[in-house]
Design a binder for this molecule. Structure first.
Ligand code: PRP
Length: 189
């Protein structure tokens, strides 16, 4: 099964997403051009993508940013069946040093907040000048720990399981160009 076979309904079309990405790109570019960054040495913004889900969003967003930037990745995975709910495993760390730099973290979705809390704590320990967060989707009603993204594409307040544009169901469907609600009958637990 693929695409529309597994989707109950399309929540955000490819056109919706691309339009919002352009808006976010303009807003973020304007903020950093106006001096939001705090790097005393004025180095380019360091954009950090959280793999794997953020990849399509990040690929589009960086091309909508009209400011000097570098980018790097952290690969994370949530512990699913461990004894520590909300614990986050870092599978791949940054290659770039973040000390004194302005960092913009890119996420596909903020749910409980555990992933971003873990990653921001980890990065703050390296003493960057600033950290801001941009997420395509935010589910504030699901939050278990406080995380406040600075830039949000869309707020999702319905209890949908979402797939597409980087979001997976059993590692599949990340390549859908839209974001859809998974058919409820496909969710087993
Ligand atoms: C997903 C998503 C976020 C995180 C959000 O990642 O990409 O990183 O969960 O959930 P939280 O706010 O409850 O922590 P996942 O661990 O599924 O990995 P993936 O990006 O490879 O899909």
């Amino acid at each position: 099964m693929n695409g529309l076979d597994i989707v109950e309904r399309v929540l955000f079309s490819s056109e919706d997403i691309q339009q919002r990405v352009q808006e976010l790109g303009q807003e973020i570019s304007k903020d950093y051009r106006r001096g939001l960054g705090q790097d005393a040495r004025k180095r380019p913004l360091l954009v950090v993508g959280l793999l794997k889900g953020a990849l399509p969003f990040m690929a589009d967003l960086i091309r909508a940013l009209d400011i000097p930037l570098e980018y790097d990745f952290i690969a994370v995975s949530s512990y699913e069946n461990g004894t520590s709910p909300g614990e986050v495993r870092v599978l791949k760390d940054l290659e770039r040093a973040v000390g004194g730099r302005d960092v913009l973290i890119i996420e596909d979705i903020v749910d409980t907040g555990h992933t971003l809390r873990h990653i921001t704590r980890r990065l703050w320990a390296r003493e960057p000048a600033s950290i801001r967060i941009c997420t395509l989707l935010d589910k504030p009603h699901r939050r278990e720990v406080e995380v406040l993204p600075d830039y949000v594409g869309f707020v999702l307040d319905a209890p949908w399981f979402v797939v597409g544009y980087g979001l997976d169901f059993g590692e599949l469907h990340r390549n859908l160009p839209y974001i859809g609600a998974l058919r409820p009958d496909l969710i087993t637990d």
